[in-house]
Design a binder for this molecule. Structure first.
Ligand code: F6P
Length: 402
């Protein structure tokens, strides 16, 4: 079997380390011995606080540049030694932003092929959230939030001045990280590991996603659609029951819509979870019913027969007057799901969605005929448990005690 180096490439906060960990985990699951050699970890242990300061990354700071190159060489040597023993794939996790740095890697690691994997992420919402997350790292302990943010942004701007996307490298894979999509590739056909790495790069990767619908609302009882109603007593009880059911389970991220009923459903669950990150995404707001927002289904039937007829004829494709169709909803919910999965990285997450939103979310995991999507059963006292990696595909609907 030919051994292989995988060298990550990309600006900070683009998802390189998450993808590196996935590659390692996915390969190990295939019985392939893979390990990560992370320049950042070595920098923090060897240099410490000085290397948190942005000036360390200023291209005109020759001392900083030399230290970073020394760390890179150190890691390359470790990786080389490890492959020379019993390793199969050594993953070098660093920005490797310049062509010159990558030429150094290719010339030093000349005993086995080097596959460069570039992570791109141009989604402004994700970038902002990732950069904020970085300020919570131990490296920034003792910094005020604003100072940590400014420091990290400055570091990124220095990297931007020397960043050159992959171009001349012999073997490469350029990945749109949030979309799990390959932008272009120069396949390393001589490596038997390349197909597995490629599959990991394009796979949705979620160990534990709980997909919940908000609890019962006043509008649900009345048969009214849309709006921003609050939960009923039964809805609150359902939210409490959900929190009890989830007790003791690790949930690192909770995503809600921007609607009150979604926040109220998440609240009891979050009460004793100070370390869980919560984010409201408007992409998870319920199907927008336009002129029919807040109306009773019965009134729509009576006063707007065209709407009812249109939905009956093609519920997936029909858009409410000045509102959305399921087809349109699919696009924004998919954007929200990408964001949620990217931010959660490899950690467990939960989404509190709505009836139509959850129908669409489900079909992003399970293939369904379009005409069936708007009729999927989404109860308010059950949740969907989803686990999806290249080797594991689990999908369950689980009740919780009201
Ligand atoms: O009735 C609750 C609700 O979430 C409405 O707000 C939304 O318009 C509807 O479900 C979506 O379901 P359907 O497309 O079946 O009307």
């Amino acid at each position: 079997m030919r051994k292989l180096y995988v060298a990550m490439v990309g600006l900070p906060a683009r998802g390189k380390s998450t993808l590196a960990r996935r590659i390692r985990e996915g390969l190990i699951a295939e019985g392939i011995n893979a390990a990560i050699f992370n320049n950042g970890d070595m920098r923090r242990s060897l240099v410490g606080a000085e290397s948190t300061e942005p000036d360390f990354y200023n291209p005109t700071n020759h001392q900083g540049r030399d230290i970073r190159e020394m760390i890179c060489r150190h890691n390359m040597n470790d990786a080389k030694d490890w492959l020379a023993k019993n390793g199969d794939i050594a993953i070098l996790d660093a920005t490797n932003a310049s062509r010159a740095r990558r030429a150094l890697i290719e010339s030093t690691l000349n005993d086995h092929p080097v596959l460069f994997v570039e992570c791109l992420n141009e989604d402004p919402v994700l970038l902002e959230a990732c950069i904020k997350q970085k300020t919570t790292l131990p490296e920034y302990a003792g910094y005020a939030y604003e100072d940590a943010l400014a420091s990290f942004m400055k570091r990124i701007s220095y990297y931007e001045t020397l960043y050159e996307p992959l171009n001349d490298e012999r073997f490469c894979l350029r990945v749109d990280a949030p979309a799990n999509r390959i932008l272009n590739e120069c396949p390393c056909e001589e490596s038997p590991y390349y197909p597995a790495i490629r599959e990991i790069a394009v796979s949705v990767w979620v160990h534990s996603l709980c997909l919940v619908r908000h609890g019962q609302t006043e509008f649900n009882v009345q048969g009214r659609i849309g709006g921003d109603p609050t939960l009923t007593d039964r809805g609150y009880a359902q939210a409490e029951a959900l929190a009890n059911h989830m007790q003791g389970r690790e949930i690192n991220w909770v995503f809600t819509s921007t609607r009150v009923r979604s926040h109220q459903t998440a609240a009891p669950l979050l009460a004793n979870r100070p370390d869980t990150t919560v984010m409201a995404l408007k992409e998870f707001d319920e199907l927008w019913a336009g002129d029919c927002e807040g109306m009773l289904y019965s009134d729509i039937r009576k006063h707007m027969p065209d709407v009812t007829a249109g939905r009956n004829a093609n519920k997936f494709g029909y858009a409410y007057p000045n509102g959305e169709s399921y087809a349109v909803l699919c696009e924004r919910v998919q954007r929200g799901l990408r964001r949620a999965l990217f931010l959660a990285g490899n950690t467990p997450l939960l989404i509190v969605g709505h009836q139509a939103v959850n129908r669409v979310l489900i079909t992003l995991f399970l293939r369904q005929r379009e005409e069936d999507v708007p009729y999927i059963y989404i109860p308010q006292n059950q949740y969907f448990q989803i686990s999806l990696t290249p080797r594991r595909k689990i999908f369950e609907r689980i009740p919780y005690q009201e």
